[in-house]
Design a protein around this ligand. Structure first.
Ligand code: SAH
Length: 251
């Protein structure tokens, strides 16, 4: 099915167009356009298919998450050379040894946060800005921290250009969280440390949710959901995952 869109993607590549949703999508590319997608672009079909075959098919069902993932132009956050794989079922390099996560993992982690519009979320590991965009699209306020200055700057620029006003980007070591805006309704960590950073647990509200991969560097980690109940964290194992390492300033 995805192959069907290659000619269109090739044209986009030749034009060197990274993101700015080309307005000239052919009628056939828009025939199954989702009514949930406010601004159709030439990748709309690929996105709708991605949500159906990679995400809903694997059991993610929160309508807020599915709508956001149908709406956010993932190709906007993917480097030019990987545009033709923007909606494929795997992570992609974004430079500096980092990756934009597989769409399904973004959906799984976002659903686990159990978000409602208007809540305040802290993300550690901005990377491309895609996960932050999905959260922002759900109507939550996003505070996101990235340790690599070049990635933080690029994501901030891309998020602004894509029109996400409710995202605040900070270049820092996310181990310490973002005290100034704490406490948070939810925290999502998209790089893997070998333990739960205590400051992140401290900055979580009562009834707050924290999703984080924890495990040895470079190996398979466990994705955990922590919920704060009566001041204590209750842990749920969400399965095995593989993330880039959580680094510390000075590493
Ligand atoms: N959420 C991202 C995925 C990024 S990959 C996206 O949607 O594209 C993980 C990111 O975490 C990398 O960019 C890496 O530089 C960053 N990271 C690793 N350790 C960090 C730390 N201590 N503080 C903040 N960011 C960190």
């Amino acid at each position: 099915m995805f192959r069907h869109f290659l000619p269109l993607l090739t044209i986009t590549l030749l034009l060197g167009c990274r993101a700015a949703a080309p307005p000239e999508a052919t009628p056939s590319a828009l025939t199954t356009q989702s009514p949930l997608t406010p601004t159709p672009d030439s990748f709309t079909n690929a996105r709708v298919n991605m949500v159906a075959s990679q995400i809903e098919a694997r059991g993610v069902s929160d309508p807020l998450v599915l709508e956001a993932m149908r709406a956010v132009p993932r190709h906007f956050f993917v480097p030019d050379e990987y545009l033709d794989q923007a909606y494929a079922d795997h992570p992609l390099p974004i430079g500096y040894g980092q990756t934009i996560s597989q769409p399904y993992i973004v959906a799984l982690m976002t659903e686990a946060l159990g978000l409602e519009a208007g809540e305040r979320v802290l993300e550690i590991g901005t990377g491309s800005g895609y996960q932050a965009a999905v959260l922002a699209e759900m109507g939550v306020e996003v505070y996101t921290i990235e340790i690599i200055p070049e990635l933080a700057a690029r994501a901030e620029e891309d998020l602004k250009e894509a029109g996400f006003g409710n995202v605040y980007v900070l270049n820092a070591d996310g181990y310490w969280g973002w005290e100034e805006f704490a406490p948070f309704d939810a925290v999502i960590v998209t790089a893997a440390p070998d333990h739960l950073p205590q400051p992140l647990a401290n900055q979580l509200k009562e009834n707050g949710r924290l999703v984080i991969p924890i495990g040895p560097i470079g190996a398979v980690q466990t994705l955990w959901l922590f919920e704060k109940v009566g001041g204590e964290l209750q842990a749920t194992n969400l399965g095995a995952v593989q993330f880039v390492p959580f680094t510390r300033s000075g590493d």
